[in-house]
Design a protein around this ligand. Structure first.
Ligand code: SF4
Length: 361
């Protein structure tokens, strides 16, 4: 099949095989690739709305026993630079975010073996009792597996306990690249690809919506990026539990792994191929935190239908050298500037028409 025909088929929602995904990624000219991804996105969401969520990420501890080589945020146990927030400190940050309109709270951190499951249960119950309207879209597969190990429970039982304490959805962090060769090099002590997918399956079967991420641009090959997409697509065929896919690129500046930062062109190619390959994942999120706001805006023409969150407070990516941040007005300004209309959503993609925009348009 010619490249043009393949792009036409993918842009109309036809399923790509692994080798077709690789071929598009490798050979399709950037603009044609973007055009096909944008056609697919427009067919799925024909209106002029682009969603975003008002959220915060509270990195409650930087102590972590996983030691990923791409991470500049963590400190090993007993390190003088390690910190763990008290419940009062976390709750004060939640309050600050809620005062700014946040509906989604991501409480995420390192895998800190000092913190037992009961610590999280008390924290989540307190947050939900003081701020009943917020959605706790919190922790990650690594933290769930760390707690399961500590408590001698299955990850599923940990999820059940956390769900009872108020955590209703699980972010897709920690997927990096779901290929064993890559994980051995960049996060040897982290959960294996099958474990990551297994915990996601558990959460989805328990009725907790999840997202999926991909951290690209470290040491993986182009084929391994498509392998990652294939793993997400296969699980989604089985469960339908992923609401969104969020590819973001590795920021090497202050990490032990080092290396070179991905280019803007690479970012846009990943977005477009993701939109075309993941024909069963509804939303594609522009992850402007690493590529920056202007490239995040351009992402809206490469398959993205969502600008992600305002990420009021975040340290993991910032500690690696990213300096991007945005107010609600800036995020809305980017959406307006691209010719779209900002729409506030919640964690479950419900439109929050009751919440006023920060800008008049
Ligand atoms: S990426 Fe997460 S799991 Fe890995 S070292 Fe950093 S905090 Fe720990």
């Amino acid at each position: 099949m010619s490249l043009a025909n393949l792009l036409d088929r993918a842009g109309s929602g036809g399923r790509l095989t692994f080798s077709e995904g690789v071929r598009l990624y490798r050979d399709a000219p950037l603009h044609e690739l973007g055009e096909a991804a944008h056609a697919r996105r427009t067919a799925l969401y024909p209106g002029d709305g682009v969603t975003y969520v008002i959220d915060t990420t509270i990195n409650y501890t930087n102590v972590c026993n996983v030691h990923c080589t791409f991470c500049a945020f963590f400190r090993p146990e007993k390190h003088p630079g390690g910190y763990t927030m008290t419940h009062d400190e976390v709750v004060a940050r939640v309050k600050h975010a809620v005062d700014l309109g946040a509906t989604q709270i991501m409480i995420q951190g390192g895998v800190n073996p000092e913190l037992r499951l009961e610590w999280f249960e008390r924290l989540f119950r307190r947050v939900k009792s003081e701020f009943p309207l917020v959605d706790l879209h919190s922790l990650s597969v690594s933290e769930i597996v760390g707690l399961a190990w500590l408590e001698e429970l299955s990850p599923r039982d940990v999820l059940i306990r956390l769900r009872e304490a108020g955590m209703r959805s699980l972010p897709g962090a920690g997927a990096e690249i779901l290929v064993e060769r890559v994980r051995k090099r960049i996060s040897a002590r982290k959960v294996k690809p099958d474990e990551w997918l297994g915990v996601m399956r558990d959460a989805q079967q328990l009725g907790m919506p999840t997202t999926a991420t991909m951290m690209f641009g470290s040491i993986e090959t182009l084929e391994e990026r498509i392998e990652h997409l294939e793993a997400i697509r296969s699980l989604q065929d089985e469960t339908g539990g992923f609401t969104a896919f969020i590819p973001w690129y590795y920021v090497p500046h202050k990490t032990p792994l080092r290396g070179k930062e991905a280019s803007g062109v690479d970012y846009l190619r990943v977005l477009a191929v993701s939109r075309l390959y993941l024909d069963n994942v509804p939303h594609l999120q522009a992850s402007w935190l690493t590529p920056g706001l202007k490239l995040g805006q351009l992402a809206l023409f490469y398959g993205c239908d969502d600008m992600g969150g305002t990420i009021i407070e975040e340290r993991v990516v910032r500690d690696a050298g990213s300096t991007n941040e945005a107010t609600r007005a800036q995020v809305e300004g980017l959406i307006h500037g691209a010719g779209y209309r900002p729409v506030i959503r919640d964690t479950y993609w419900n439109v929050r028409a009751d919440m006023p925009l920060a800008t008049a348009g």
